[in-house]
Structure formats: structure tokens, C-alpha cells
Design a protein around this ligand. Sequence first.
Ligand SMILES: N=CN[C@@H](CCC(=O)O)C(=O)O
Ligand SMILES: [Mn+2]
Ligand SMILES: [Mn+2]
Length: 332
Amino acid sequence: MSEVSPLTVDIPCEPWIGRNDGDAPEHRRWWQAVRPYSPEALAASAHAAASDGVRSRPAVLLGFRSEEGVRRNKGRLGAIEGPGAIRAALGPLAFHLGRDVFDAGDVTVVTGGDEFPGDLEGGQERFGTALAAALDGGALTVGLGGGHETAFASYLGVAGSQRSGGVRVGVLNLDAHFDLRDEERGTSGTPFLQMARAEAAEGRSLQYAVLGISRPNNTRALFDRADELGVRYLLDEYTTRETAETFVEDFLADLDAVYLTIDLDLLPAAVAPGVSAPAAVGVPLEVIIAVVRRVAASGKLLHADLAELNPAVDIDGRTARIAARLVDTILG
Ligand SMILES: N=CN[C@@H](CCC(=O)O)C(=O)O
Ligand SMILES: [Mn+2]
Ligand SMILES: [Mn+2]
């Protein structure tokens, strides 16, 4: 008998909605710009962007509807609704991007229980396969989480893509937590240790940096593990625009490509209440936007994702709006 629930399903994306000021390009909002993903449409768009030299590479959005990792990590449930909430907040925003955007829908992990855990590992594999295909099709990809177990799903896609072959790829995490827990099964608290082990199995070492670490929200054991693994980190209380930009520049200098992951609990809990595990101090949104711009402008951004949005505990969609603004910034 399988120890995992067989109920995992994948669903196509919901229709995008938003305010309608007209159909002309100057009235365009995200809901009017986003098109359904197909390999053919992506290929045509990537080809057009490469030939005209003006438009940027197309973007593909891919949702990871999962809170199974959060459940296993004893967090507050609700992150499974994160991808839909981010799309709902993005839909009405004005569209200023010089690139096509495709929506590839969601990979869904049905939340399990202690007796029958959900099939998180199967969902991460499926997300990774879909992500690698979009990367190999020439897209800049954005994962919409989901708990931070989304990060290991993203890693599988990045590692499985031809675009990460033979180049120095690093992982930049904006997060109050290291997420280096050592557990029997993957959770939302383990993805970067899982990556470190997967890289070690390939004879490589994970290039991992975290910005915004909260000292009281990570035990000494986690700091020790970070040190053992050579993780670079900047504490939340020392994260200003200047220190953050220097930290990111130094990290990117040794890399050819970067996977950027943003855990929304990096923000002050008062600003972004809709997360599974809020941290009190956090990093101001202005600093996060400056960092995201710096990463995007480096030309090294391969893939980005957002994690831990929990609409069930959000207030008036505040955290979802921030997530939407960050997606817009990543692609802008
Ligand atoms: N995704 C990570 N979550 C944190 C949760 C910490 C907490 O519940 O306080 C972690 O595992 O460290
Ligand atoms: Mn976190
Ligand atoms: Mn995290």
C-alpha cells in the first residue's frame, strides 16, 4: 500500500479578471495581457524576442498549490490558495512589461494528514518537469507558491533544465528563516538542505545565500548548519538598502545564473500578515524591491518564485498585493 494519498491533481489556470478600461494597448492590465501557456506559443514568442532585440524573453507563470510542506512543518494552513490569490491581485494591475506573459496553470498537492501524508514529492517532481520545459523553451519563469516547499520543486526544475548545465548557479533566498531543517521527509522548513544534499550527490556544493534572517526565529543548530554549509547570510536588523545591495552584488559576482526565492515572511508581520509563520522585525518592502531590481538587472536571473502567502490569514489582501507587486517587479 502506498503511504501517500493518491489524490494529487493538476488543474489548468482560472480565467484572469480585473477592471476593464478598454481594449487598446494603453489600457492594458495584467488580466488582458496574460495568455495561456503552450510550448508552441512560448517558442514563437521566444523566437520573436530573440529576433527583434527589443522585447525581453517571455515569462511563464507556474503555480504550486501546496501547503503539505507547511502542514508537515506544523505551520498555519492556507498556502494552498496562494497561487490563486497572487493571480487575483495581479489581474487588475496596469501592464507595462516589454515581454509576453504566459500562465501554465497549477500543480496541486492535496493536503494530507499524519496517517496519509499528501504526495508532496510527486507534486515537486511534476512542477520540476513543467518548469524545466518552460526554461528550456526560453522563458523567464516565475513560480507562484505554495509553502516554501515550493523552493525544492523549483530547484528540481532549474537543475533539470539544460540552461543550468555547465554554469555556476546560485540560490538567493529572501527569508526570515534558513529552511535548513533536517527531517525524515521534506517540509517547508527543509528545502535548502535538500538542495545541498542533491548538489553534493552530483559532486557540487550548493551556492546558497539568505537575506533577512531573523536571529530569534532560527535556533543555534540552524546557524551552525548554515556555517557548516558555507551559507552566506545577512540578518534582518542589518539589512538596509546599502548592505542588501552589496550583499547581493558580492553573491552574484561569482555566479553565471541565479534562482531567486522570496518567502513573504521576510516582510514585517504588520505589513505582510498573510503568511504561515510571521516574523516581527522583517525587511522593508522598499529594500526588497531594490534587491529584486538589482537581481533582475544583472541579466543572471534564471527563475524566481514567491512562497508562503497564506490568504486565510491575510488582511484585506495586503500580502497578496505585495506578492503581485513583486511578480511585476521581477518581470519588469
Ligand atoms: N518555512 C519555514 N518555516 C519556519 C517556521 C518557524 C516557526 O514556525 O516559527 C521554520 O521551519 O523555521
Ligand atoms: Mn520564512
Ligand atoms: Mn522559507
